[in-house]
Design a protein around this ligand. Structure first.
Ligand code: TRP
Length: 334
């Protein structure tokens, strides 16, 4: 008999276009994992309501994330690709898990405290129970591995606690999921202003989005922070210059990289030229992805079909878990 593959699950909130950080940090890992695991990848439209109650752009954003996942190489024949609110069992499991989540632990969550600070006029209960909804996403598919960044580790730990409490009170249903980092070392995708990594919320102008036009990519790269260059052989590299080399490593050829590395070493590097080259290589890298995203977005019927098929597969798998859950809890009346 064929060995059952282990279950992997991850979600992305649809709060705007995805950027290079999402691409290298999440999407390329999803694409690799779909070969060896039973994968569930979804768009977390419900989670976005905790911070973005205005839904006028929600549909567009959900479709953009689906299209981006497809453009990056997620194959809906291999992985189950769906939108969170199409899996109604998630809302039901969220309700049950809420009875096992304590106000004190939710209030202590780092992401909650951060968001409460950012939106003091909308500290809603959904924000407080965000980790419970995330636990429902994960547990409803009995996932074992969750590919996520460091900032999500606390949510994973809470998920394990909710799973343990459920199992202890009602009988063994859920495995305890773990965060999964594909390469051990996470690739850092630095922002172009020399500060931190590319991010939706922090600095738009220093972040390359997968939907940016060629012109905009060139403009952003050319504005990246540099200085007048080293004057002594083998000078230590400031972080903002190291960042440009890091980006070059991701999108340029070995030869290009080697050329500018040796120019740096012997103090002949011209950052204007280096950025021009990086801009062209960045355009060469991003534009085919962007074009695929656009192409897919224009085919409304195709996206709808992918979402409908994904919803069906996700519901079929989750409904088995939900029967186990209701039986375990004694919510099976007839
Ligand atoms: N909280 C995650 C983030 O902000 C998104 C998310 C929602 C998620 N549900 C999930 C990630 C389940 C992994 C598993 O990035």
């Amino acid at each position: 008999m064929e060995k059952k593959k282990e279950i992997v699950l991850s979600g992305i909130r649809p709060t705007g276009s995805l950027h290079l950080g999402n691409y290298f940090g999440a999407l390329t890992n999803y694409v690799k994992m779909q070969e060896d695991f039973d994968c569930y990848f979804f768009v977390a439209d419900l989670h976005s309501l905790t911070t973005h109650p205005d839904t006028s752009e929600l549909k567009e954003n959900v479709k953009n994330v689906i299209a981006t996942m497809l453009a990056a190489g997620i194959d809906p024949e291999k992985a189950t690709l769906y939108n969170q609110s199409h899996l109604q069992g998630t809302a039901e499991l969220y309700l049950y898990l809420n009875m096992m989540a304590y106000k004190g632990e939710l209030e202590k969550t780092v992401t909650f405290k951060e968001k409460a600070r950012q939106q003091p006029d909308n500290v809603n209960a959904g924000l407080l129970t965000y980790p419970v909804l995330q636990a429902a996403d994960i547990l409803i598919h009995l996932a074992k591995y969750v590919p996520v960044g460091k900032d999500q580790e606390q949510h994973l730990e809470m998920t394990r606690n909710f799973a343990k409490r459920f199992n202890h009170r009602y009988g063994e249903v859920f495995p305890e999921p773990e965060a999964f980092n594909f390469n051990q070392k996470l690739v850092k995708i630095p922002s172009l202003d020399g500060e931190g990594k590319m991010s939706k919320s922090v600095n738009e102008n220093a972040t390359i989005y997968l939907t940016d036009s060629d012109e905009l990519i060139r403009k952003k790269v050319m504005k990246a922070k540099t200085d007048s260059g080293p004057t002594e052989r083998d000078s230590p590299m400031p972080e903002y210059i190291e960042n440009l080399f890091q980006l070059m490593r991701l999108v340029s050829t070995q030869d290009t990289l080697a050329h500018f590395e040796s120019a740096y070493k012997n103090c002949t590097v011209r950052y204007g030229d280096m950025k021009k080259q990086l801009a062209e290589d960045m355009v060469g890298f991003v534009s085919p992805i962007r074009n695929r995203i656009t192409e897919i977005m224009e085919d409304e019927a195709y996206i709808n079909k992918i979402m409908a098929e994904g919803a069906e597969k996700a519901n079929e798998h989750a409904s088995k878990t939900m029967s186990l859950v209701r039986n375990a809890m004694g919510l099976n009346y007839f």
